[in-house]
Design a protein around this ligand. Sequence first.
Ligand code: OAD
Length: 230
Amino acid sequence: MDKIVILTGAGISAESGLGTFRDEGGLWAQHRLEDVATPEGFARDPALVHRFYNARRVQAAGAAPNAAHHALARLEAEYGGDVLVVTQNVDGLHEAAGSRNVLHMHGALSGALCAACDHRWPAPLEMFPHDTCPRCHAQAARPDIVWFGEMSYHMEDIWAHLEEADIFAAIGTSGQVYPAAAFGQHAGRAGAHTIELNLEASANVRDFTEVRQGVASVIVPEWVDGILYR
Ligand code: OAD
């Protein structure tokens, strides 16, 4: 059976009511990325950064997976081969839909991380600058989210999975943030059939052998049906 590796981005959660970053009126139009998504921003104003992620954590907690998340969970459950979701998203909607083989390369809103000792623990719904690490007691609790200038998580495993993939799909991502933006080229060079499923052409659409455009809740279930019932 083919091995399928799927990269997801904010576009897959858009129809669950979670805003994307770079679409019109998206998160990066409302907030300065340098202020809320960098270690320097956190050092300057931790209260602002916590407010930003607290709002997103509350919003994500109230969101439900949509037909695209459910279709990927169905693919993992019903397909005979290996299905891996690598997500840039920090929400938990893949897991809520039932996907089990998920790697969060940009971290997760559900996690807290101690900036002093690297201890991790489940994040409360709201975090504050005076929160202390349960292990070393430093006032250094931060969201367990990968910020600009930091290394994405699980990268060694992800490159290896991409090299073994027979099919690589990128869903709902603008292709503007590396290393994820290089996955299509990497998997394609290693021999995978590469497909982009997105509302519009991404920045690196040329890296894909097949392109389907539309909303994720429609085109992802169609793509999954095509694999399961071909
Ligand atoms: P972007 O906001 O950059 O891109 C979202 C993509 O989804 C766009 O190409 C949209 O056209 C597409 N899209 C929007 N609605 C859609 C729908 N209903 N169905 C299908 N596609 C749709 O989000 P990402 O590519 O995920 O990182 O952004 C990558 C990273 O940049 C994020 O993980 C985040 C951000 O800065 C960090 O915060 C570290």
